[in-house]
Ligand binder design. Structure first.
Ligand SMILES: [Zn+2]
Length: 435
């Protein structure tokens, strides 16, 4: 049996969870109908009155919300409370188009902090722990979310933010950090840097909570082994609150969704039809307790599977797989669907570090896939012919995984630019050639 932050909620009966969801959904639909014009219009168009929603059986009647809606309604269109009742905004990184800005009341911050506290306690955190947060602080939800969760647990919180690896390692050794919170790619980089500096036996980490980007089981084992910790996954998105929408328990077989705050559905992305447990589809969330920025049936674009199977940890909330791909991350190369995570699996299986870049170009109307991979220092000292042999071996392993040819270039250690936030894995240059 595990440790819980709120056992009466985390281990509640399914009947109790459904009762909470029924009551809160009914209330939430009335709240958005009254305060958000977009939802009122859409419900009116479909002929749905707030009174028609009597419980989660009626959830499927409600309209979806998409990322485009959030952009169209920027900045205040989806705000459901007076601005004077809001205390914070957070925002997405907004790589393309307009940013998404999410508003929070103090109540919204408190429930978000509680969700992150559940994740920290599930990873073994207590008030005796030193929680080292090197997610970015500021508009990005990573830093503020885990920071707030750590305060709720009562742990000593190190608000490190991202970057300055030397300072990270110094605080980690001097202050005895025990739980590390950051992106998995930065955890892998920190592990590498700690080993390089010969400080592996000076760190006291026991667990890590890693999220905000896709990572594989192989990468988990790699980080766990290098840092001597247990690595936990955490999931979330700014639109729904931030990290902590779901989190992993010690079973490490999926992430428990905090169902007292968020209702999860998996749908067929083409038809919108709701799919049963065990079927792969697009993950959709409805926030039933948020006041300022409550979204109905938000389409995450993450491809997942839900499971209500009993978990050995004792928690009763539904589990989701880690995203198996993102509709917008998926590359189509020579007509074949390619996920960066497939390439990463091959590289880590073959003993390469998780430092790689995927470059897609189009030459004479034909797609070209190139994978640049850093060698380990030992490989780098090999003869040129031995390196050429390794490249050939990777080409055939990638062909077996992807079904298409990828050009492989092994590069010297440390040549691929390190990222302190989300790693840039894919450079798709094809659009540049279209005009
Ligand atoms: Zn569990």
């Amino acid at each position: 049996m595990g440790n819980y932050f709120q056992p009466e909620i985390e281990c509640a009966s399914r009947e109790q969870i459904k009762a909470w969801q029924d009551e809160r959904l009914v209330k939430q639909v009335k709240h958005v109908y009254e305060h958000v014009e977009m939802y009122r219009q859409r419900m009116d168009e479909k002929g749905i009155r707030p009174d028609d929603i009597r419980g989660i059986e009626d959830l499927h009647k409600l309209p979806f919300t998409t990322k485009d809606d959030l952009r169209d309604q920027y900045p205040y269109g989806l705000l459901a409370m007076p601005l004077s009742d809001c205390v914070r905004i957070q925002s997405t990184s907004g790589t393309t188009g307009r940013r998404v800005v999410a508003f929070y009341t103090q109540h919204d911050i408190d429930l978000w902090d509680e969700c992150c506290a559940r994740a920290i306690v599930a990873a073994g955190g207590t008030k005796e722990d030193v929680v080292h947060v090197c997610y970015g602080y500021g508009l990005f939800t990573g830093g503020p979310g885990l920071n707030g969760g750590s305060h709720k647990v009562g742990s000593l919180t190190l608000p490190m933010s991202s970057g300055n690896t030397d300072r990270q390692i110094q605080f980690m050794t001097d202050l005895g950090s025990t739980i590390l919170c950051c992106t998995p790619s930065y955890a892998a980089y920190l592990a590498e840097s700690i080993i390089e500096r010969g400080l592996r036996d000076k760190i006291q980490l026991k667990a890590g909570i890693f999220g905000a980007e896709a990572w594989t089981e192989e990468m988990r084992h790699d980080i766990e082994e290098k840092l001597g910790i247990k690595a936990y996954d955490i999931y979330g998105l700014t639109e729904i609150s931030g990290p902590g929408v779901s989190f992993e328990c010690e079973a490490q077989t999926g992430m428990h969704v905090n169902e007292d705050h968020f209702i999860a559905e998996v749908i067929n992305p083409k038809t919108g039809e709701v799919l049963p447990d065990g079927e792969k589809g697009e993950l959709v969330f409805t926030s039933i307790t948020k006041e300022a920025f409550p979204l109905l049936r938000y389409r995450t674009r993450d491809i997942c599977i839900l499971s209500h199977e009993k978990c050995s940890c004792g928690r009763t909330h539904v589990k989701m797989t880690k995203p198996l791909g993102r509709s917008d991350d998926m590359l189509i190369v020579k007509g074949v669907n390619v996920f960066p995570s497939q390439i990463e699996t091959v590289l880590l299986n073959k003993g390469y570090p998780a430092n790689y870049q995927i470059i897609v170009t189009r030459v004479n109307n034909s797609d070209n896939l190139e994978v640049q991979v850093e060698m380990t220092p030992e490989m780098f000292s090999d003869s040129l012919s031995a390196i050429a042999e390794k490249e050939k071996e990777l080409v055939s392993a990638l062909k077996a995984m992807l079904g298409i040819y990828a050009d492989v270039k092994l590069v010297a250690p440390k040549t691929i630019t390190r990222s302190e936030g989300k790693a840039v894995r894919v450079i798709d240059k094809r659009n540049l050639y279209q005009n």
